[in-house]
Design a protein around this ligand. Structure first.
Ligand code: SF4
Length: 477
């Protein structure tokens, strides 16, 4: 397994085509917009090397018998799934933000399970190909991004009925040695700093949409692949590099839009090529695993947010107030409800034909549905307790100014024993972690709220519940 520094060095050897704010970046991993996200991902490597965290951060691969990062490991038991949620909470606590690697991990598990079932039904050899790919990923400790969401054009039309057929990624040519793909994937977390991109379909597809049913692995610097790094709330502050920019880990995951302009993918990297009847299964499984995650990573982030809010209350001299304590208690309740759901979804997992274990889809989707609400409620409480300073605090430059800086320090002072800079750091962290970028990520990441409700209703088995009511109440058919 690599150290964080080795991971960063390995990235610098790559030459991806990355654009940000209208310019192609010659050294993307050192750019202030991207470097914080690289540092966050690097933490996943460093913690995996720390003996104190070995049980949670690493696992024994059933493919090779070697100890590997849990971020490259198949979920081979309920215990693996429970430890994954524990790992996400730990990393959320250590970084206070999104550490990006879980999308690839869930993609690995989804492709592993579905390729097994495609091969069994159709006599293809995708699973063996994917196994070879995964063994290398485990051996080299490769960070993989998961690229699922298409740009989708006119959402009332199927992919193959769009005015521009490229609005969903699809196969445009099949050659004896591989396929050529064209299209775009958007909102892709950690893509710029992932050496491998796992491309997956975005929805289930009938026979007419077979060309859109494609799963494959594409190197970050493949010919024809362009990445455009997205903007975030307050992103220009990263270029100032002071207290105003928040922590050294940035906020959310550093998302990009990936444009695949006739990218050739050799056969050994193709894991689905036209099997539309399995595309929906892949999406559902990926979504179930990833939606459960949010009860882990967001709980870890909220632990830091809660701590920051409590400490700011202390600096403000309000920590002993019963109303403040009650609001902090409400934050705890919301966070632990999400965590409990994620652990419950993992505890009720079932084994798939390919051997890995799938979280309970109903509970997993319920977790994510709760996250879409509770993260906003937690943010509201942090805003309530933090006060108006969260949106009006003067800039770093004003605090550094020879004329007004000392005056600002004097008038923004809090309880004795804390510096004004301590207070500013807390304010900026709370501001960043309750910002539009952060909240929208919690709402739409791993699928928008309505996507969870569709699965919840499907999984809830209402007819069975109606039958229960009939039986208990003695209502005949
Ligand atoms: Fe992982 Fe959470 Fe970020 Fe998704 S949002 S990649 S689950 S840390």
């Amino acid at each position: 397994m690599m150290t964080g520094a080795e991971y960063v060095e390995s990235l610098r050897r790559r030459k991806p085509r990355v654009y940000y704010k209208g310019k192609r970046l010659a050294a993307p991993y050192d750019h202030p917009a991207i470097a914080p996200h690289v540092r966050t991902a690097a933490t996943t490597y460093d913690l995996a090397r720390a003996p104190a965290h070995a049980d949670v951060m690493t696992a024994t691969s059933h493919l090779t018998g070697q100890r590997v990062s849990r971020f490259t490991h198949l979920f081979w038991s309920v215990d693996d799934l429970l430890k994954k949620i524990a790992m996400l909470r730990l990393l959320g606590q250590e970084t206070g933000t999104c550490f990006q690697r879980c999308v690839g991990l869930d993609g690995i598990n989804a492709i592993w399970s579905v390729t097994f079932e495609i091969d069994r039904a159709k006599g293809t050899d995708y699973h063996a190909r994917f196994r070879r790919f995964l063994e290398r990923v485990q051996r080299e400790d490769t960070m993989c991004a998961g690229a699922m969401t298409d740009t989708k054009g006119d959402r009332s039309l199927a992919p193959w009925k769009q005015a521009d057929p490229d609005l969903y990624l699809h196969v445009v040519a099949r050659r004896p040695d591989g396929i050529v793909i064209r299209g775009a994937k958007t909102h892709i977390t950690g893509a710029v700093n992932s050496p491998e991109i796992l491309v997956m379909p975005t929805l289930g597809l009938p026979a007419e949409g077979a060309d859109y049913a494609v799963a494959c692995a594409v190197p970050i610097d493949a010919e024809g692949l362009t990445l455009v790094f997205g903007r975030q709330t307050n992103d220009e502050r990263k270029e100032e590099d002071g207290i105003d920019c928040g922590t050294r880990f940035g906020i959310v995951g550093g998302e990009s839009t990936l444009i695949f302009d006739d990218v050739f993918v050799p056969n050994e990297r193709v894991f689905m090529n036209g099997e539309g009847d399995f595309a929906g299964l892949l999406v559902d499984r990926f979504a179930a695993w990833h939606r459960a995650n949010y009860g882990g990573c967001k709980a870890g982030n909220a632990d830091v947010l809660l701590g920051a809010t409590a400490l700011l209350s202390e600096i403000n001299g309000t920590a002993g107030n019963a109303v403040v304590k009650d609001k902090l208690t409400e934050m705890v309740h919301l966070v632990e409800t999400n965590f409990a759901g994620a652990m419950g979804a993992s505890a009720l997992a079932k084994q798939l034909p390919a051997g890995n274990w799938l979280v309970d889809p109903l509970l997993a989707n319920t977790v994510k549905q709760n996250v879409t609400r509770f993260v906003y409620q937690v943010a509201r409480l942090a805003h309530d307790l933090g006060g108006g300073i969260l949106s009006t605090l003067p800039a770093d430059a004003d605090f550094a100014n020879g004329e007004v800086g000392q005056l600002l320090r004097k008038y923004f002072a809090g309880k004795q024993g804390f510096s004004t800079d301590d207070k500013r750091k807390l304010v900026r962290y709370i501001e960043g972690m309750t910002s539009v970028s952060t909240l929208v990520e919690a709402l739409h990441g791993a699928g928008s709220p309505q996507a969870q409700r569709i699965v919840m209703l499907r999984q809830a088995d209402l007819p069975a519940k109606v039958a229960l009511a009939r039986k208990v109440l003695g209502i005949e058919k």
